[in-house]
Structure formats: structure tokens, C-alpha cells
Design a protein around this ligand. Structure first.
Ligand code: PMP
Length: 381
């Protein structure tokens, strides 16, 4: 099986499986317990926090372990909503945020949210941000670092700087960035979130950095009083090991870029009318988001699946809803075009040969879909 759905989730490194199993077996004591076994787990957990914080260039006391990016994003929003200084103020959220920001902020802030539009390539423009800051005088601004569907990179470092100068809290959902690109600059955000299963770690574990002490789960005072509840040490340890493995196994950018470039060249040659979303702007090295000239994306994905290629139509959450994501709408695609989007996302272990194999599979799928249509006589999308 050639797996091209890494923006949904990555396969855990073998070292991660081993680390989680070992921790389950021998480090199951409660890190808050006063005895030696608890103390040992506590020390290891703090070592994991230190190691990750060092990579992020942040103070370990400001990093909270969470159940993943959805929780981290919800946490920062609900904390903001409870701050007296934020009451009644506007919350600026980019129109292409992940649902864990977009839906959560609609739920929490109701009509106080204002969307930051994107251009046709799916990028937030700095001029727009500056204008909105001036007019709306918001309390908070959220912009993801790299988009999960297109892989298009956002000017988050510049936005962090502008927000800093204007005294606005800047949150960055760095889930698709962490594990793929340089972390430099994340320490300038007021808060940021990430998730281990996007870089070869276990699901259900991630982190939230916040410049100020925040709290959202109230209970036993764990995680510096931020998040009550017994910590999931085996998963935290799995995340630490995943991070180490990611740093060690990341090939040169030129090497990992090459396969995708060849794939896109082949696709453009073989499937007339195909468009690559975000082609003209910087994107994650691993992501190619195709607007196919015809046939429903679920038909494409199912054909490719039968040929042992795993791809998706966009974010896993929108697949379940069978609706084009909000992103397609934000860049001005029609509903019908939104049903023709297919995403291929690789990772560290993907080789150039895999990308070339995928391009061939697309060409075959295309021929078969045309044949199926001719046989049935039904006009497809
Ligand atoms: N933000 C982005 C940009 C994502 O891609 C995802 C995962 N699809 C999330 C947040 C949610 O992450 P998690 O699965 O860890 O809750």
C-alpha cells in the first residue's frame, strides 16, 4: 500500500511503538504520586517537556501537554473568552482555519468573530491583516502556519510581528508545520498548537504553548494548573521519541521536494485540465492538492484505493461530512469544483519512485473512470 494521506495522520515510527509499550509496561505510575515510582515518571515526563521546549526555543513551564491540536485550539479560545480584558472585543480568525479553530470560535464567540479573507491561492495577505487590525481593534487573531488541505504556507511570522506591535494576542495552529519545516519564530507567537500524530507519534497527544499561564480543564491542578487530569505519560514519551526520530530522519529539502515536482509534472501532462491548488505560492514540500477536470473526488479516491494508493479528498473531518470544506469556498471554488479536489500528502519515508507510481495510478484511474462513464452512459461531474 502506498500511503499518501500523511496530512491526516502519519504512521508511527517503530521506535515510537517501542517507547510507548515500554512506558505502558514500566512507567504506568501516576506522575503526581509521592512515591518513587511516581517520581520516576514525573522526571521522565519533565525530560520530554524540556526536550521539546528546547527545539521550540520556549520555556518548558509554558508548554502544556494536551490530547492533540483540537484540544489545544479549543483551550486557547475558551481561555480568551474568559478574560475580562477581551470581553466584547472582536476575534479575527482566518477563513481557512482548521475546524478546531473555525467551528470552536463560532461556538464560543458567536457574532464577535470576523473572518480574514484569503486570495485565490489561499494565502492571507498582510495588507488585509493590517487593515483589519486598524478597523476592528481585535483582542485575538488566529492564523494557521500551513494549510492542512493545500499545504499552502501562511505569512504567520510576519503576522506574529504585526500582532506584537499592536498588542493583539496571536495564536498559530502549527499542526501541519511542526515536523515538516523549521520551527524558528514560533516562540514569537502568543500561543501555538501542535499534534504528535502528524510527525510519526501516537494519536491523542500534542501540546499548547502559551506566553501567559492559562487554565481550561479544572481538576487536580496537573500541568502547572492548566489542565487537570492524570497525564498520559506513555503517549507523551511516544511524542518525544517521534520528535527525535523526525529530526534525525528528515532528508534534505531538495531530495524530498523532487518526487512531488515530478508527480505534478506528470499529472499535468497526463490529465488535461487538472489544476494544482497553490501552485504559484510556497507550499509544504509534502502536499499536492489537485482540482481534477472531472469525476467526483470520491470516485477518484476509490479507484486509487483499489490500486493500493491511499489518498483523501481533503481534511479527514470533511470527508466524513461528504461536503466540500470551507477552504474551497474561501478561495472562490464552486460547490461542484469542491467535489473534484483530491489531496496527496507524503512524508519522510516517501520516495521519488512512490510519487511516480502515484502519477501512473492517476493516469490509469482517469482512463478507467472514462471507460466506466462510457459503459454506463451517465454523464459524470
Ligand atoms: N489543526 C490542523 C491544521 C490540522 O491539520 C489538524 C488535524 N487534521 C488539527 C488541527 C487537529 O489535530 P488533532 O487531530 O491532533 O486534534
Amino acid at each position: 500500500m502506498a500511503y499518501f494521506d500523511n496530512n491526516s495522520t502519519t504512521c508511527p515510527f517503530p521506535e515510537v511503538l517501542e517507547a510507548v509499550n515500554t512506558a505502558m509496561d514500566s512507567c504506568w505510575a501516576n506522575p503526581s504520586s509521592p512515591h518513587r515510582s511516581g517520581g520516576q515518571v514525573r522526571v521522565l515526563m519533565e525530560k520530554a517537556r524540556e526536550e521539546l521546549s528546547q527545539s521550540f526555543n520556549i520555556d518548558p513551564q509554558k508548554l502544556t501537554f494536551t490530547s492533540g491540536a483540537t484540544e489545544s485550539n479549543n483551550a486557547i479560545l475558551s481561555w480568551i473568552a474568559h478574560q475580562p480584558s477581551f470581553q466584547g472585543k472582536t476575534v479575527l480568525v482566518s477563513a481557512i482555519e482548521h475546524p478546531s479553530i473555525l467551528e470552536a470560535s463560532r461556538y464560543i464567540f458567536d457574532n464577535h468573530i470576523e473572518l480574514i479573507p484569503v486570495n485565490q491561492e489561499g494565502v492571507v495577505e498582510l495588507g488585509q491583516v493590517e487593515e483589519l487590525l486598524k478597523i476592528k481593534k481585535p483582542a485575538f487573531l488566529s492564523l494557521l502556519a500551513a494549510h492542512n488541505e493545500t499545504g499552502v504556507l501562511q505569512p504567520w511570522r510576519e503576522v506574529a510581528q504585526i500582532c506584537r506591535e499592536n498588542g493583539v494576542w496571536f495564536h498559530c495552529d502549527a499542526t501541519q508545520w511542526v515536523g515538516k519545516l523549521e520551527l524558528e519564530g514560533l516562540e514569537l507567537c502568543s500561543s501555538f498548537s501542535f499534534s504528535a500524530h502528524k510527525f510519526g507519534g501516537p494519536k491523542g497527544v500534542g501540546g499548547l504553548f502559551s506566553r501567559e499561564p492559562i487554565a481550561w480543564m479544572h481538576g487536580g491542578g496537573q500541568e502547572h494548573e492548566s489542565r487537570g487530569g492524570t497525564e498520559n505519560f506513555p503517549s507523551i514519551e511516544g511524542m518525544r521519541v517521534a520528535w527525535r526520530q523526525t529530526c534525525q530522519s528528515m532528508p534534505e529539502k531538495s531530495v524530498i521536494d523532487g518526487g512531488k515536482k515530478k508527480f505534478e509534472g506528470e499529472i499535468i501532462r497526463n490529465i488535461p485540465g487538472v489544476k494544482i491548488i497553490g501552485e504559484r505560492v510556497p507550499r509544504l514540500w509534502n502536499t499536492s492538492y489537485l482540482l481534477l477536470p472531472r469525476f467526483d473526488n470520491l470516485n477518484w479516491v476509490s479507484k486509487l484505493d483499489k490500486m493500493n494508493f491511499s489518498l483523501s479528498t481533503g481534511s479527514a473531518c470533511s470527508t466524513a461530512r461528504l461536503e466540500p470544506s470551507g477552504f474551497a469556498h474561501a478561495i472562490g471554488l464552486t460547490h461542484e469544483e469542491g467535489r473534484r479536489l483530491v489531496r496527496a500528502s507524503s512524508w519522510i519515508e516517501t520516495r521519488e519512485q512512490d510519487w511516480i507510481g502515484l502519477a501512473d495510478a492517476f493516469a490509469h484511474a482517469h482512463a478507467e473512470l472514462i471507460e466506466d462513464q462510457d459503459r454506463s452512459g451517465v454523464i459524470s461531474l
